[in-house]
Design a binder for this molecule. Structure first.
Ligand code: KIV
Length: 273
């Protein structure tokens, strides 16, 4: 098959090689139409397990299943042509053993065609990361605030102020980088520590709530698009305010339906005489 004229997708190895060149642009995407819109502007699109909260109204990411991740991964792959596409391994699909992690990561790669998987965890997951990367699965790490651990850590808050917390995040990032991750999300981490980690590991750090000192940034796309009126943590910037736009459109539609002004003549199929 000829590949002439096809746009090549950015690979995890290319993302890794971007360290020290320019900031890496990443966003989450969960559906085909949004992936189509974000793809031209992003180096990496993540089907984050945040979809459980963002799309399904769950209270945490713990209830997200492998099937949900695969279905949304397939959707994003249909819309994204250029960006490196990574799918989150959801809670319970990789922590049991490195074999379980490989089995489920392989399913994600085969059934979505994406470029790699992301998993949360530090030193305790290093063996699993090495096992996957040595067997052909590119791994995006995730340290600092780890939402899948909400039931044991007890809350969403920024980390790294105490020596104990900082030491743990430092060691976690080092272990995951040395195990072969091509890049690492650093979430909810104070700026001096995020900077220090970025300068001390060989692979790119992608920050969310971890300052501009990281090698790249990621946000949940629905957050940065302003789709939630009632959720705006300090680390989120609204680059648009879509919630009121959608509310106003729904209100206008309802009014026109009730007044029978929609559909108008231009929206109606007539029988030609
Ligand atoms: O699940 C997710 O969307 C994430 C990003 C916020 C990094 O892990």
């Amino acid at each position: 098959m000829s590949t002439i004229g096809q746009t090549k997708r950015i690979t995890p190895a290319q993302i890794e090689a971007m360290k020290g060149t320019r900031p890496i642009v990443s966003l989450t995407a969960y559906t085909t139409p949004i992936a189509r819109l974000l793809d031209p502007h992003c180096d990496l699109l993540l089907i984050g397990d945040s979809l459980g909260m963002v799309l399904y109204g769950m209270e945490s990411t713990v209830g997200v299943t492998l099937e949900m991740m695969i279905a949304h991964g397939q959707g994003v792959m249909r819309g994204a042509k250029k960006a490196c596409v990574i799918v989150d391994l959801p809670f319970g699909s990789y922590q049991e053993s490195k074999e379980q992690a490989f089995r489920n990561a392989a399913r994600i790669l085969k059934e979505t065609g994406c470029n790699g998987v992301k998993l949360e965890g530090g030193e305790e997951m290093a063996e699993t990361v090495a096992f996957l990367t040595h067997r052909g699965v590119p791994v995006f790490g995730h340290v600092g605030l780890m939402p899948q651990l909400i039931n044991t850590t007890g809350g969403y808050r920024s980390l790294g102020r105490s020596d104990k917390e900082a030491d743990k995040i430092r060691l976690d990032a080092k272990a995951i980088a040395e195990a072969g991750a091509f890049a690492i999300v650093v979430e909810g981490t104070v700026e001096p520590l995020a900077r220090e980690i970025t300068q001390s590991i060989a692979v790119p750090t992608i920050g969310i709530g971890a300052s501009a000192a990281c090698d790249g940034q990621i946000l949940v796309s629905d957050d940065m698009l302003g789709l939630f009126n009632d959720f705006k943590p300090r680390f989120v910037k609204h680059f648009a305010e879509l919630a009121p736009v959608i509310s106003k459109a729904a209100e206008a539609y309802a009014e026109e339906v009730k007044a029978r002004t929609f559909p108008g003549a231009e929206h109606i199929f007539q029988v030609k005489k």
